[in-house]
Ligand binder design. Structure first.
Ligand code: C2E
Ligand code: CA
Ligand code: CA
Length: 254
């Protein structure tokens, strides 16, 4: 019972409100404290434990979603969860058990999911989408052939990796790539989310570029559910308009 989900708000840039959250796994180890997912998810993937662990994440996120009826919630899913187990049944059971509308759930996958067993994987993705669940392509732009994945499956959302967001306004190439990805997504009926927004400047640039949704430390780090509930009652967009940049042009040369 040491696993926990933390949640990072996702901000809708057209309404300046919290539209959803991304669930991020933590291991609250009694001796070593909070262990981040990068330190144990790869190991769990290697030994197969990611399947029961991932099932727990889906169940727990659905349970929590009942408390926040107006929010969408995103869950990260590993390649092994597509190959082993029955992801469609797991998701369906969890949603039904908690009485959650499938359209509130978003499954985030990285290119690793599409690298092997492609036909089977696409069948699972199609099964989830047929149920009404949304599918997001995570970490877009960091893989080997991101563009080709957009032709293989009709994703609902593209999540632009934080490595691009970090250089927004500082490097013309990052600005151009982000703008092109947002336009490309829109032309294919996909919304875009830019991750890793840390400054007001980045948020404003993204809005001007037509980005629909952002998340990042500017608004909130991933937080335990109780803190998210507090944030939801106390949300004021104006608070984030005068935050000082945490880094300057000089610190991050192009
Ligand atoms: P991700 O899905 O790309 O999640 C975003 C990561 O970026 C999170 O790290 C988050 O804390 C961090 N982040 C968010 N905003 C900012 C920002 O403004 N600046 C910076 N520098 N970082 C930001 P976290 O929580 O440590 O998660 C790391 C990765 O672990 C996730 O990357 C995801 O790939 C994986 N992960 C997390 N939870 C799960 C899970 O339940 N299942 C699986 N399979 N993987 C998970
Ligand atoms: Ca993610
Ligand atoms: Ca990501």
């Amino acid at each position: 019972n040491e696993l926990e989900l933390h949640y990072q708000p996702q901000i809708d840039l057209s309404t300046n409100t919290i539209k959803g959250v991304e669930a991020l796994l933590r291991w609250n180890q009694k001796d070593d404290g909070m262990i981040p997912p990068d330190a144990f998810v790869p190991l769990a993937e290697e030994c197969g434990l990611i399947v029961p662990l991932g099932d727990w994440v889906i169940g727990e996120a659905c349970r929590q979603a009942k408390e926040w009826p107006d929010l969408t919630f995103a869950v990260n899913v590993s390649p092994a969860q597509f190959r082993q187990g029955d992801l469609v049944a797991t998701v369906k059971n969890a949603l039904e058990r908690e009485g959650i509308d499938p359209s509130r759930l978003e499954i985030e996958i990285t290119e690793g999911v599409l690298l092997s067993h492609t036909d089977e994987t696409i069948a699972v993705l199609a099964g989830l989408q047929a149920m009404g669940v949304k599918i997001a392509m995570d970490d877009f732009g960091t893989g080997y052939s991101s563009l080709s994945y957009l032709r293989r499956f009709p994703f609902d959302k593209i999540k632009i990796d934080k490595s691009f967001t970090m250089d927004l306004g500082l490097c013309a190439d990052a600005d151009n790539i982000i703008e092109a990805v947002i336009k490309l997504g829109a032309s294919m009926g996909m919304t875009s989310n830019a991750e890793g927004v840390e400054t007001v400047e980045q948020a404003n640039l993204l809005r001007n570029q037509g980005c629909k949704e952002v998340q990042g430390f500017l608004f909130s780090k991933p937080l335990p559910s109780k803190s998210i509930s507090e944030l939801l009652t106390d949300w004021q967009w104006q608070k984030y308009q005068n935050v000082e940049s945490s880094f300057s042009k000089q610190e991050r040369p192009c």
